[in-house]
Design a protein around this ligand. Sequence first.
Ligand SMILES: [Zn+2]
Length: 91
Amino acid sequence: MNDKKINLEGVIQHLNEKWGNRPCPMCGSNSWNVSDNVYELREFHGGDLVLGNGPILPVIPVTCNNCGNSILVNALMSRAIERPVEDTSKK
Ligand SMILES: [Zn+2]
């Protein structure tokens, strides 16, 4: 989709700071897989796909390797990506 790599080291550091080594709340396992891709959550509009309308929430999925429990960490707060600079020249 895009070839911009995320700042995975920043994410790992963020998780170590905030999360520490707490185990999975679902199964108690302590083996996580941190995605190196950013996904996005869109506001739900009754199933209709509304483009270019409303904010998108960028998230990094962290998935438990044992049970599949997936925790979505905000990609901006975890420093995975830079906050996009608004292009005011086109207005
Ligand atoms: Zn688990």
